[in-house]
Structure formats: C-alpha cells, structure tokens
Design a protein around this ligand. Structure first.
Ligand code: UDP
Ligand code: MG
Length: 318
C-alpha cells in the first residue's frame, strides 16, 4: 500500500504533544510502530516535549536515538497542547498528518482507519469518541461546545474536543500561516477544509499519569475558541443588554401607570424587588466587562507578537 506523492518526502507524519507522560511513551511508541509498519506506510513521528518535568524528555531522546523516523522538538517550558501541535506542524514532511494524544486515550491502531478516509478524498478526518472514557463533567460541556463550534465554523461535527485527527498536508500548510497565539486547531483546520468527516474511534481511559487539563485550563481553551472564531459572544451580550434595558423600562412604566391609576401601594416591600432588579443588572454588567476583557486580553497578546513557542533543541536524524 506504499502510496507516495512525488511532492512529499513521506506518506505519513504523526504529531504527538507530550507533557509529563513518562509512563505512556514506551507503550505508545511500540504500538504506533507496529501499526505503521504493518500498514507499510512510509512514516515519521514528531514528538514535542512541551516542557515536561518528569523523565519524558529522556525517554523521547532514547526513542529518537534508536529510530531514524523519530523527531523530537524540545520546548524550553510548557506552552500548552495546541502550541506543541503547531510546533509539530512546522516539522512535518508527510503527505498526510495525523495528530494524537500521548496518553493512549486515542488508540494508535485507529490511524489506518483515519488514513483510509483521507485516501477516499476527505481533507480532514476526525475521530469521534464513541464511548468517551472521561467524566460527565468533561462530556457535558463538550457536547455544548461542539454545537457552538459547529455553528461558528459552519462545519458540523459531533466531537470537537478530540485531537485525534488526520489532515491532508495542504490544510496543515494553511493552518501554519495563521499566526494568532490563542487558537484552537480543530476549528482552525475546518475553516480551510472542504470535505470533512468523522469516524467512530475507540477511546480508552488514560494509561498512566493524570489529565493535564484543570477546570481553569479548559475554561481558557473555550474562551480561546470563542473569542478567536467569532464575535457571537459580544453580539449576544449587546442583544441581552438591550433586552434587559427594555425590560427595565417596561417595568418602570408599569409601576408608574399603576401608581397613577391605583395610587400608592401601602405596605409593599418594593425594596426587595428593586434589589433583585439591581443584582440582575449588575450581573450582566460584570459579565459584559469580563467578556470585553477576554477580547482585549487576546488583542494584547497578539500585538506583543511574541513567538507562540520557543524550541530549545531539535533532535532530527539527517
Ligand atoms: N499536553 C501537552 N501540553 C500541555 C497539556 C497537555 O503537550 O500543556 C498533551 C498531553 O501530554 C497529551 C495531550 O496533550 O498528549 C492531551 O492531554 P490530556 O490527556 O491531559 O488531556 P485530556 O485527555 O484530559 O483532554
Ligand atoms: Mg487524555
């Protein structure tokens, strides 16, 4: 099945971000190598060590030393999964690019299925996590985020949270052109893709170590997406603000009219109603401010034009 497009050196580039995954790397590599060799692809593997503080770095260099197909890019510190994947993209030489997690939640054995779909003519093939092995606290927000991202990008997908995806190389070349710092790769890639599809993929629970996403990091990622891909939130807030003001106006008019027609209402605890209304307004104001802050914060990081990451060292066989 050795298909080689003359334009590219290799058929398959696998990109894997690694942050404190020492328990998983050996098994990950051996399962990957087995699958890729069995399918007779010409392949390369690009690991990005995203500032791991455990022994992942040593393990990766060991794998690199023993395998000419393995490249390792080492960051000077932790920049996050998406920055790591971007760095991986800068080194790909294959015609098809596959991204997957290092924790074995995405079984490497699914890669040939993704590749087959690309061969059928799709630009992006995404792994749909059939029975996702994560907590409900992760699954429920993901369900809603997938709806929002589908709406914002105009490309409907059931699972936008998974990084297990295969891309045609030209999509990756387009993604690399995008210089913004806070970005969400699956949504970005779909902006450039013409034909996308999802296929069911197994999803396992994490082999070793623990998830790198705290509630706060997930929140940041979702804000990255929202502010990076649409001005919907800002519009929604404006509409909501308008609606609430009209409501307040109507209520005021109602109270005024009642007073004129029925006179004063003795004994009415109006003060509490007033407080309720006040809190409502204040809540919306704080929320709007926060949202504007989110946009401004991102504009600030874009204008600084700092590099998205800094590669300390590259391990690449010549
Ligand atoms: N990761 C990374 N940098 C980070 C956080 C995560 O490179 O700052 C990698 C991590 O090593 C793994 C993948 O991104 O390969 C997904 O991370 P994780 O499994 O913690 O996410 P979850 O499955 O909980 O969404
Ligand atoms: Mg995981």
């Amino acid at each position: 099945m050795e298909k080689q497009n003359s334009q590219y050196k290799l058929y398959l580039s696998i990109v894997i971000p690694v942050y404190n995954e020492q328990e998983n790397l050996e098994e990950l590599f051996s399962r990957l190598k087995k699958t890729l060799d069995e399918n007779k692809y010409s392949w390369e593997l690009i690991f990005i060590n995203d500032g791991s503080r455990d022994n992942s770095g040593e393990a990766l260099i060991r794998i690199h030393n023993q395998n000419p197909q393995v490249k390792v890019l080492e960051f000077n510190r932790n920049y996050g999964q998406h920055a790591a994947v971007f760095a991986g993209f800068s080194a790909v030489e294959g015609e098809i690019v596959v991204v997957l997690d290092a924790d074995l939640q995405n079984p490497p054995e699914e890669i040939p299925n993704l590749v087959k779909k690309i061969e059928e003519g799709f630009d992006v093939v995404s792994g749909l996590r059939e029975k996702r092995q994560d907590s409900l606290l992760r699954k429920i927000p993901s369900f809603f985020m997938a709806k929002v991202i589908s709406y914002a990008t105009g490309v409907s997908m059931k699972d936008y949270g998974t990084m297990l995806r295969a891309y045609r190389r030209d999509i990756i070349e387009n993604v690399k052109e995008c210089q913004e710092i806070s970005s969400y790769i699956p949504a970005l890639a779909n902006l450039f893709a013409n034909k996308v599809t999802e296929i069911n993929c197994r999803h396992d629970s994490r082999k070793g170590g623990k998830s790198k996403y705290s509630f706060y990091r997930l929140l940041k990622l979702n804000f990255d997406f929202m502010t990076g891909f649409s001005s919907i939130p800002i519009h929604l807030v404006s509409v909501l603000g308008l609606f609430v003001s009209l409501l307040g106006l109507g209520f005021g008019a109602f109270l005024g009219a009642r007073r004129i027609i029925f006179g004063d209402q003795p004994g009415e605890q109006g003060i509490f109603t007033l407080f309720a209304i006040l809190f409502f307004f204040v809540g919306i104001q704080i929320f709007s401010l926060g949202l504007i802050g989110e946009y401004i914060g991102r504009i600030y990081s874009e204008v600084r034009k700092r590099p998205r990451y800094f590669i300390k060292k590259k391990y690449i066989h010549k």
